[in-house]
Structures are given as structure tokens and as C-alpha cells.
Design a protein around this ligand. Sequence first.
Ligand code: C2G
Length: 131
Amino acid sequence: MNKRVITFGTFDVFHVGHINILERCASLGDTLIVGVSSDALNFSKKNRDPIYDQESRLKIIQSLRFVDEVFIEKSLEKKREYIEFFKADILAMGDDWEGRFDQFNDICEVVYFPRTPSISTTEIIEIVKQI
Ligand code: C2G
């Protein structure tokens, strides 16, 4: 059976932590689907605009060889709809979201991977600001 894996993220200022999680997600199945947070969703979560706009972030994710399908995630509340629409067997996320998506266990397997230590978009922005 073709196993379909779905994951979500902003993936702003793309870095190796993003690659690691996407590679891990891809290793769980045959098809990897990635929901990229819209600019508006990102603003509502983080209270700032992303550095790269949603079309650029989508294009970067789409160009990765282990990513098969991409779409813009418009609302955090629509996870169940997205999982069903894309017929995902597995939802995988980094463990900063540990426990937050367990409610979807009734329609798919929910997996959390450890975050890559010592790298984040926020830290990169802070470092660049100081240069
Ligand atoms: N990540 C990671 N290691 C890092 C940084 C990020 O494993 N050092 C993972 C996160 O755990 C997440 C993914 O990379 O699974 C994307 O991270 P973000 O771009 O920060 O995404 P976020 O804003 O958490 O959006 O619906 C959920 C949201 O869209 C997730």
C-alpha cells in the first residue's frame, strides 16, 4: 500500500532543521505532502511577517526531491480537513508540537520527531540582525 505522510510548517528562512524533519517524515511512507503556512496564518501565530513570502516558501519546499505534494495551510483549525482531503495515513511533526495533534489519532497515525537542536529561524534572524 502507498503510505501517505502529511506534515505542516512555515519553513521560513529554510535551514537544515527543516531538511531533517522533512527527510524523517518522508522516510515514514511513500508520498510526502507538506502544508506550508500562509503569510496570514504565520502572522496570526508569531505576530510578525515571515521573511520569505508564502509563494517563495512553497517553491522551496516543492523543489525538494523527497517532497511530493505541497499546498498552502490557511488555518490551524483545518488540520482534520487537510488530513482527510489528502488521504494521509500519517501526520508527522516536530516535538515542539508534542501531544497537540493526538486528537487526530482516530483518522491517522500521529508521529512526533525530535527537533534538530541549536537551529531555528528566530535564532538566525537574531544573529543576522547583530552582524
Ligand atoms: N523543526 C525542527 N527542528 C528545528 C526547527 C524546526 O524539527 N530546529 C521542525 C518543526 O518542529 C516543525 C517544522 O520543522 O515540524 C516546521 O517548523 P516551523 O517552520 O517553525 O513551523 P511552525 O511555525 O511550527 O508551523 O500547523 C502547524 C504549523 O504550520 C507549524
